[in-house]
Design a protein around this ligand. Structure first.
Ligand code: ZN
Length: 200
């Protein structure tokens, strides 16, 4: 589920749809959470071997740390990748706003944290564009990304969190524990799903 103060708009004919903030959203806000209504396709699910379904699942899903493909029931699936993204996945499963997002600004994400199956060329055109998103970006950049995520997580209890209700209890307790003690921060690296290892 994506943050309620957002809407879908056409970005451009080339890019298609994107998700935009309808109100100011402060840094540290949970922007996406896996909720009980998401469609979950674990590895071996029969629809993944049905080409008529698989093409849609591949296009609209991300892969979690267990190798399950998640298709959002809402328009979270239209969030685009930009290398200067304002939102990113965290080791707590949800996505967080890395900086303040102004009304009208596009919500953008880092597909490098979504366990993509093949290298994707990036055309975001931003100064820091990585040129391509690689399947192992999570391993390459986890440390760097954690440094960006940490200050956003520390804002968590200081801003409005319409999506907090949907965060599962174990994650909530891990978060509370980290915010209280500063210990056991969950690295974004924990989201990595090693396809190569699993195939062996
Ligand atoms: Zn880029």
């Amino acid at each position: 589920m994506v943050h309620p103060n957002t809407e879908v708009r056409v970005v451009s004919p080339e890019i298609g749809l994107g998700v935009f903030a309808t109100k100011f959203i402060p840094k540290g806000t949970i922007m996406y959470v896996i909720d009980e209504m998401e469609l979950i396709f674990p590895e071996g699910h029969h629809l993944l071997t049905d080409e008529h379904y698989r093409k849609y699942i591949e296009k609209f899903s991300y892969t979690d740390q267990n190798g399950s493909r998640i298709v959002s029931w809402d328009y979270a699936k239209y969030i685009n990748h930009y290398c200067d993204r304002n939102t990113i996945s965290t080791g707590y499963g949800f996505e967080i706003a890395l900086r303040d997002i102004e009304a009208g600004e596009q919500i953008t994400d880092d597909y490098g944290a979504l366990n993509i199956e093949e290298t994707m060329k990036c055309y975001c055109g931003k100064a820091n564009c990585r040129g391509a998103i690689h399947t192992n970006d999570l391993l390459t950049f986890a440390e760097e990304w954690d440094k960006e995520i940490l200050p956003a997580i520390q804002q968590l209890n200081k801003v409005e969190q319409p999506l907090m209700y949907y965060v599962d209890d174990i994650t909530k307790s891990n978060l509370e524990n980290f915010l209280k003690t500063g210990k056991n921060f969950a690295s974004v690296k924990s989201l990595y799903y090693d396809r190569v290892k699993v195939a062996k």
